[in-house]
Design a protein around this ligand. Structure first.
Ligand code: SAH
Length: 358
């Protein structure tokens, strides 16, 4: 069938690489953060990237036990905090799988809170609505409820937020920019940045070294931590990353379950960067929260009972025992996701210590 009026690509709205290339041609090379933000906004808005037929998979898609344990983590904290009025929040919920699994587990523990989802992609909002028709959606954390405690979960959310890159030249550090030649993009050294803004231990790194910061991630963490301090609550963020300050170019692209060139065809591939847990923890502490971890995902899941929960599910569904054990191994084993991914928790002053962060 031919597309009718208003359907199909709008000729006035060229594909993203052309738009970005034109922006770079008109205004000069753009910061890496602008390139990454535009590329990912287009990427997530135009597809469901998850699953075998997509570009990548995530912990909640690997096994229901991941979302269930995240939900039990929330319910346990809520219970020990004296069962206050809460809103349950997920940042970047993908297909809504974690939220649906968490909600089921929380309900069994007596917690049935309203669900608030922070999601910018219309395509993924539609997927989420299939599983969570009564949720409330938000474009940003700014509009989350301000009249009750917040229990917040974020899995592979912060890695999708834009980063800045600084690159060491022969004589000093420069902001890294992205230049465009027709529709080819390439990173170039931009204006010099003073040594004073470079963490002291990294200033003398060899030419070519890259330092990353994510002002967008810090902004989200500070806003949520400030809410948690005044409203009560907690957050757990699971991702892959490091504890900065550190040198390293971690910007990567994934397409069809394989690594791809991050500078090529922006908007057609998932761009991520490793998360700096130390900076996120410091941002939360700066607002007055307590920070816990980062703890390896495998340790966190084992402390929350992944072995017992997997065994119980296998008893109830003997035909799925093998698949359930495989999911547990993939999520928790050190040679799979168990140590690559880590959990960082943030809690309100006066709230109890969260489970799994001994
Ligand atoms: N948490 C899910 C999906 C991870 S993919 C899972 O584990 O399966 C990243 C998610 O963050 C997607 O839902 C994407 O649309 C969303 N996202 C990316 N950038 C965002 C932004 N700036 N604001 C809100 N959501 C964003």
């Amino acid at each position: 069938m031919r597309p009718g009026p208003g359907e199909g690509p709008d000729p006035a709205e060229p594909l993203l690489p052309e738009r970005l290339a034109r922006a770079a041609a008109l205004a000069g090379p753009m910061p890496v953060s602008q390139f990454m933000a535009a590329a990912n906004a287009h990427y997530y808005a135009t597809r469901d990237p998850l699953g075998a037929a997509g570009d990548f998979t995530t912990a909640p898609e690997i096994g229901q036990v991941f979302g269930e344990l995240a939900g039990l983590w929330c319910a346990d904290l809520w219970d020990r905090a004296g069962r206050p009025d809460i809103a349950w929040v997920e940042l970047g919920p993908g297909r809504g799988t974690l939220a649906a699994d968490a909600r089921r587990a929380m309900a069994r523990a007596g917690l049935t809170p309203p669900v608030h989802l922070v999601e910018t992609s219309p395509a993924l909002r539609a997927r989420q609505a299939e599983r969570l028709p009564d949720a409330t959606w938000h474009d940003s954390v700014d509009t989350l409820p301000d009249d009750r405690a917040l229990l917040i979960v974020a899995n592979e959310f912060f890695d999708a937020l834009p980063i800045r890159q600084l690159v060491r030249g022969a004589a000093g550090w420069h902001e890294r920019l992205v230049a465009a030649q027709d529709t080819l993009f390439l990173p170039v050294a931009g204006p010099a940045v003073p040594d004073a803004v470079i963490p002291a231990p990294l200033r003398a790194a060899p030419p070519g070294s890259v330092i990353e910061t994510s002002p967008a991630s810090v902004g989200v963490m500070r806003a949520l931590a400030a809410r948690i301090v005044t409203q009560g609550g907690a957050m757990v963020a699971v991702d892959y990353g490091y504890e900065g300050p550190a040198v390293g170019d971690t910007l990567q692209a994934v397409r069809g379950h394989a690594y791809a060139n991050p500078w090529e065809e922006p908007g057609s591939r998932d761009l991520t960067a490793h998360v700096d847990f130390a900076t996120l923890a410091a941002a939360a502490q700066g607002e007055g929260c307590a920070a816990w971890g980062p703890t390896p995902q495998g340790e966190w899941l084992r402390a929350l009972g992944i072995d017992a929960r997997t065994a119980a599910l296998a008893r109830a569904h003997p035909d799925r025992a093998e698949e359930l054990a495989a999911a547990r191994d993939r999520l928790a084993d050190a040679d799979a996701m168990g140590t690559l991914f880590r959990a960082l928790a943030v809690t309100a002053p006066g709230w109890p210590a969260p489970a799994g962060f001994a």
